[in-house]
Design a protein around this ligand. Structure first.
Ligand SMILES: C[S@@+](CC[C@H](N)C(=O)[O-])C[C@H]1O[C@@H](n2cnc3c(N)ncnc32)[C@H](O)[C@@H]1O
Length: 307
């Protein structure tokens, strides 16, 4: 379970947005989406503003309900949710074949949960790239607490315009982040996505960019437990209580109370509501096998380019 408490949740809603501007940020964020009349072109043109508003609004909810790593994972029977999250991070380090001391880039790093685990597991130095200032400030604090602040850092930049020269890093990974790229319902609005694209389009884009794809697989296909299980209201787990139907009901009421007494900014309940809508959309998309957040690929630059 996450270490963040109710007061962290309340004080974090809105991130770097002024507390009295949170409600209008929620309204502006909702208006980007088709179900509120938003146009695709406007979403693409304003994707930085859209996803920054989204992450300012939701980060403390994610941390409260999900922990320090903001992604899904394939999961074995008997494995806890947090174990499955860490196993995926270890798997990525092994797939990338990194060696102690190497420099690694985490693209779209959230508050750095994956990069801390990756760095500790592989003894590498990991830089997190993120365009959200609030998440970077949280990540720096958590790096310090975890004792990896000497070897791991953050860079604030848009991953569509990376500020690094070629071969700065020995390896690069991204976990559930490039879905926010602008060139490419419920899941879109509740997860800050501009427009969802198919796995075949991702593969095609990789090849067109000149990468050699070593292997790819949708882990959703044969994960013994479905990736959406933590969000499925019919599933109960004590170790993951905050994600269950009862836990979410209590969180909702907690947010209503915190907003009422002024500890959480106005608009906090609206954020909880759109996250709830997203959770339902994700479970539905997972059950109908029309959406996956755990499509994996391993690719490399062709030999001649990587010298
Ligand atoms: C779902 S979160 C995943 C975070 C992290 N990979 C994890 O698993 O904890 C997506 C992340 O991508 C970042 N992001 C989205 N679009 C970005 C962009 N254009 N440039 C840099 N970061 C971006 C967001 O700020 C957020 O941190």
């Amino acid at each position: 379970m996450s270490k963040a408490g109710a007061l962290d949740l309340a004080s974090g809603v809105g991130g770097k947005i002024e507390k009295n501007q949170v409600l209008s940020a929620v309204e502006k964020y909702e208006k980007y989406h088709a179900c509120y009349g938003g146009e695709e072109e406007e979403r693409k043109a304003n994707y930085t503003d859209m996803f920054n508003k989204y992450y300012d609004l939701v980060t403390s909810f994610y941390e409260f309900g999900w922990g320090e790593s903001f992604h899904f994972a394939p999961r074995w029977k008997g494995e806890s949710f947090q174990e499955s999250i860490k196993r995926l991070q270890h798997f990525l380090a092994l797939q990338l074949g990194v060696k102690p001391g190497q420099k690694v880039l985490d693209v779209g790093c959230g508050i750095g949960g994956p990069l801390r685990e990756f760095a500790r597991f592989s003894s590498t130095s990991v830089t997190g790239l993120n365009n959200n200032e609030y998440q970077i400030s949280r990540g720096k604090e958590l790096n310090r607490i975890a004792g990896v602040d000497k070897t791991c850092d953050f860079v604030k930049a848009d991953f569509m315009k990376m500020p690094f020269s070629d071969n700065t890093y020995d390896a690069v990974y991204a976990i559930q982040a490039t879905c926010h790229a602008p060139d490419a319902a419920e899941i879109e609005i509740g997860d800050g996505l501009p427009d969802i694209r198919s796995t075949s389009k991702c593969l095609e884009a990789l090849k067109q960019a000149g990468f050699e794809v070593i292997w790819e697989k949708d882990f959703a296909v044969d994960s013994p437990l479905p990736w959406y299980l933590p969000l499925d209201k019919s599933h109960f787990s004590l170790s993951n209580f905050r994600q269950t139907a009862v836990g979410r009901f209590l969180t909702k009421n907690l947010v209503v109370a915190l907003e009422f007494v002024g500890l959480a900014p106005k608009g906090s309940q609206r954020v909880h509501d759109f996250l709830e809508t997203a959770a339902e959309g994700l479970v539905e998309g997972g059950k109908r096998e029309i959406f996956t957040p755990i499509y994996f690929f391993l690719a490399r630059k062709p030999e001649s380019d990587s010298q």
